[in-house]
Unconditional design. Sequence first.
Lengths: 361, 361
Amino acid sequence: MADPPVTLKDVAARARVHPATASRALNPETRLLVREDTAQRVLEAAAALGYRPNTVARSLRTRRSHSVGVLIPDLNNPLFPPIVRGIEDRLAAAGYVALIGNTDGDADRERMLFEQMRARHVDGLVLATVHLGDPLLAESARADLPVVLMNRLAHDYSLPSVSVDNERGIRMAVAHLAGLGHTRIAHIAGPQEVSTGLARYRGFIAAMEAHGLTADPDLIVTAKSFSIDEGMRCAQLLMERDASCTAVAAANDMLAIGCYAALDEVGLSCPADLSVVGFNDMPFIDRLRPPLTTIRFPHYQVGTEAAQLLLERIAGHTGPVKVLFLAPELVVRGSTGPPGATGTPPGPGPGRAVQPSGPDR
Amino acid sequence: MADPPVTLKDVAARARVHPATASRALNPETRLLVREDTAQRVLEAAAALGYRPNTVARSLRTRRSHSVGVLIPDLNNPLFPPIVRGIEDRLAAAGYVALIGNTDGDADRERMLFEQMRARHVDGLVLATVHLGDPLLAESARADLPVVLMNRLAHDYSLPSVSVDNERGIRMAVAHLAGLGHTRIAHIAGPQEVSTGLARYRGFIAAMEAHGLTADPDLIVTAKSFSIDEGMRCAQLLMERDASCTAVAAANDMLAIGCYAALDEVGLSCPADLSVVGFNDMPFIDRLRPPLTTIRFPHYQVGTEAAQLLLERIAGHTGPVKVLFLAPELVVRGSTGPPGATGTPPGPGPGRAVQPSGPDR
DNA sequence: CGGTAGCAGGCAATCGTCTGCATTGGTGGA
DNA sequence: TCCACCAATGCAGACGATTGCCTGCTACCG
């Protein structure tokens, strides 16, 4: 029952031209090589027959698959869907598609997916998973495969990348807490092998110093991964060590959720007993109780920009490597308040907290 | 700098055989046509050269792209990432990849993505977006393109599908509420053009009758989409109409979140003033306050099963069409309680509520 | 009127792999 | 001894589109 697929030859026959001419007429790049009326004739024939170019054959000849690989840790992490959509939408506009690969933070899986992508002849890669000094980078370079990094920086290779200004973001978080009157501020750091974790840790130290506060080593715990479980573990560790901190700046929202869970378990409440700031402003994070104060950055745009950068490299732009930093933004919600404000649960809604100008109350 | 890609011809030359022989030796299906030692020689040559078959050329010849299209409403809806991962993982195990398309519920976008998928010669489609009587189904059938439906049923075509038993799920929700003593139970229905919305609505009516309760038309509102905004609108409508209901069974979790928002706005609390039940058990829904009581089904497995069904059709299995229903499960959390239990905020944590045997308290 | 520039379009090779058919060499049976 | 047959491999033609090169043809200039 399946209609035999209509090929370029069929179109050419109907328009009474050679397939080569039909090809040129159909391709916007080469249309001008063909007389206007001939081109029209071909276009009409194509439309009449419902011609759809065979992308596979085209790819074989042009060595362009019009597809790119996207390696992320896990699609289930709510941070990624908006980014992926950004990538897909920008790519689609250029006639490209994305092949998504989830590494689950496993280097073996990452390598396997990388091989698979290469076998499928992707025209480029967006990597959100590389750790510092990842061998994949060298391999991509050797294969002349364009690569763009997302939320990661590579120190040993100079590669295009898109990420948020992590230092600045965490500085905003610390400034917010210090402004509320907190002095004993803890940090739940992310894994230090990924640039995100490292940059936020460094930013935290710098921000504390800038505010004349001491970054007590006892108040810094490092998570093994950006997960709720790890956030909970670290928060518990903090509470066991010494209860003297009144606020926590977590390296991301997942870790912050872990804090919530740890507080719940011992019957403490946020922000009365402990203020918590996250990082990322994940979707739905504003639906928690209390809604999380966090650092927002434009997820979708990270995706579109990464795709844009990659498309430029694929198109052969050889200019200087672009390293893009997107500006973070502090979103004040209900999870932060002045220290020791027991019994003052904040109302719902994303009311913007006022920066107290002095030590009022 | 790019190494010239190694082709089958290179491998053949190194193994001193004809490319055809090399091809046969490399393909498990045809290996037995080649003498054992020759095959070994080819395999070694391939390994030594780091040969990677060109999937594009293979596809052109065999007319199999080893890729399938997946059309979903929106990757940002947290329901889908786990499902998509299920699909991807199962496909990957069979050497296939998924091309994801987000329709945003827009029929034009859906059609465009469908065309794009066809142009890329996907071997099959997983559709989570079709509405009743979607023309895409007829078109796929005409093109001999295998299709599997997800969370949807088509009444006019008999197609393989995977979905949750919606009627049974909503019945469990109603039974739970009735068991707590609720009699005035409202329903925020989903869009009736999609089978999910329709099935849950019907299930609600049937369940109410089965419990000897009246499904008051005043207590049924239909949302235009499965979104938070619509959930909020519908909940407000319910409260405006008549405050006599003590519980709401929402057609999905997004609508339930909308209820939460509506309650917040007028200062009512859940479950003291209103019990709410959702449907889907989306990721992170257990982190809300109160944690949402909802109907769970195995998202990831929906994905793997759908992929499995599709792979079977692609492989040419022509047996009877399989329609798979996965069993739902009631997850009792903090958003439901006995009617009129004002002043008894439930503690945190996913404690399993006890079914009261009689009207205690 | 001859020469040439330049446009339109045809020809054929190519991308890398698969596969139906032909060819080779060896074996067993009559 | 000859023939038929089988196993193992070579041969060559697709698959469908792109593109460098070449051929006609027209038109313009001197």
